[in-house]
Design a protein. Structure first.
Length: 299
């Protein structure tokens, strides 16, 4: 029995790792497709189509849990709305900043959200800021500076600032997830965000719109499908396993972003930003691993 349990547990662990790796690939595809269309369309429009084309897949997945009305009625509406607003801001700001930087650097800057979580958690969650986390945040901030390389005129800072704001919104979304009721259904959470995001960004089209070509519309539809798939896979993975154990695998999206940037746009990664990416990723993983609670003895 003990051996069978261990085999089953190990198989589940491998399945969870596979889920997180596939979800990171999906997100990297979203980033690459987003960069392709963000060069020609307003960020709010790209975000709108990302939401719109994700409604049907999100709805179909939410049907699988049964008793859909009851699951919707029991969710934390206020908490879900706050999370949706912050996550929506992170998405729109990311698409707005994409045209200004190589894909790998843009993705790395957004991953600095872990640094913002460290800084904001004591104020918003009442958590104590421990010394090692403060050191990790400083190392991560140095990494951000190496990637951004603040120099030249203000025009060179537009992209990095937008991406840093995206990271801040992403951090607020992560903090809000911790506040949600544990009973909130994962698929309903995704569906709520998709519907809410479609409505909000749809209203924004009154202020910025450019009629897309059929080709670009197809790209944005594909972007939405990968984004929905990635979000669902990621949600399932984090429900199965602690964020600390999954953290190292989430940064594989930077590897994919580097590869996409090189083969699609001919982007290369210089030594200085590469060191910055290593600092960001290393500090974030260090915090996640250190926050992992010790496992109890085997029974």
């Amino acid at each position: 029995m003990r051996v069978n349990y261990l085999i089953s547990d190990r198989a589940t662990q491998y399945q969870t790792i596979a889920l997180i790796l596939i979800s990171m690939f999906c997100f990297a595809v979203v980033d690459a497709l987003g960069k392709a269309v963000a060069l020609n369309y307003p960020a709010n429009e790209v975000t709108f189509f990302r939401m719109l084309f994700g409604v049907v897949p999100a709805f179909l997945v939410s049907l699988r849990g049964g008793a859909m009305t009851a699951r919707i009625r029991n969710i934390d509406i206020r908490g879900q709305t706050t999370r949706a607003l912050t996550l929506l801001g992170a998405s729109a700001l990311f698409f707005a900043g994409l045209p200004y930087l190589p894909l790998s650097e843009a993705v790395a800057i957004v991953y600095s959200e872990a640094i913002f979580v460290i800084v904001l958690a004591p104020f918003l969650l009442g958590e104590r800021l421990i010394a090692r986390n403060a050191v990790a945040a400083c190392v991560g901030f140095i990494g951000v500076l190496l990637v951004v390389r603040p120099e030249g005129g203000l025009s060179n800072l537009v992209g990095p600032c937008l991406l840093l704001l995206s990271a801040l919104c992403g951090a607020l979304s992560m903090i809000q997830i911790r506040k949600l009721k544990t009973s909130d259904d994962s698929s309903i959470t995704v569906l709520f965000f998709t519907f809410f995001g479609t409505a909000i960004t749809g209203l924004s089209l009154l202020f910025a719109w450019r009629t897309p070509s059929l080709k670009d519309l197809s790209i944005m539809a594909l972007l939405a499908m990968f984004a929905t798939a990635g979000q669902l896979l990621f949600t399932v993975a984090v429900r199965r396993e602690s964020a600390a154990r999954l953290a190292p695998y989430t940064y594989t999206s930077i590897i994919w972003a580097t590869l996409f940037g090189f083969f699609v746009w001919g982007e290369t990664l210089d030594l200085v930003p590469a060191l910055g990416i290593i600092a960001i990723v290393g500090s974030s993983i260090a915090v996640a691993v250190r926050e992992e609670p010790p496992e109890g003895p085997a029974v």
